[in-house]
Design a binder for this molecule. Sequence first.
Ligand code: ZN
Length: 210
Amino acid sequence: MAQQETDDQTINDGFVVDTEDCEARELAHRERGTARPITVVGNPVLHKECKDVTEFDAELAQLIDDMFASQKAAEGVGLAANQIGVDRKVFVYDCPDDEGVRHTGVVINPVLQEIPAELRVLDESNEGCLSVPTAYAELARPDYAEVHGQDAQGNPIKVRGTGYFARCLQHETDHLYGYLYIDRLSKRDRKDALRQMEEGTPRYETVPNA
Ligand code: ZN
């Protein structure tokens, strides 16, 4: 598996192959992990830049497993570490792209790449966030995204995606820099999203705000 990934990475110009064995990889992570409650808007850990990961050790591996377990429990397609209260630049994802192809993986210390203006096509779809439970809002984002970062062992990786997966990559990277999608909405739409949250009841355990 690891060997194959290395070969594929070479062929794919450094882009990680995240479409193979998704079911088995996701299951293995979450079986080793424990689901943790989700932090919600207003919790300070969501509103500041997370710390870079510098140690690629067993503790990081456990965090990743717990994140996959938490993502599944909350029925998310992506999860950032600060959404389970951990101040570290890590996100996991299990998300379909615009062709319905499933992508599963983890990115450490992600940096979103600037897409040249002439290649930018905005997609105006609905977006939601586990940390703004039960709320949805339309948000225009580029329909292609590329993130550079590291894997769980610290090797440099690149991840790219289209459609819903492109949205996911942007959304999760934003989290690790202290931004929620509602921070990108107009004042009015943000207020509306917060109202939806007030009126709804999350289907998963959340961390109460102090
Ligand atoms: Zn989110």
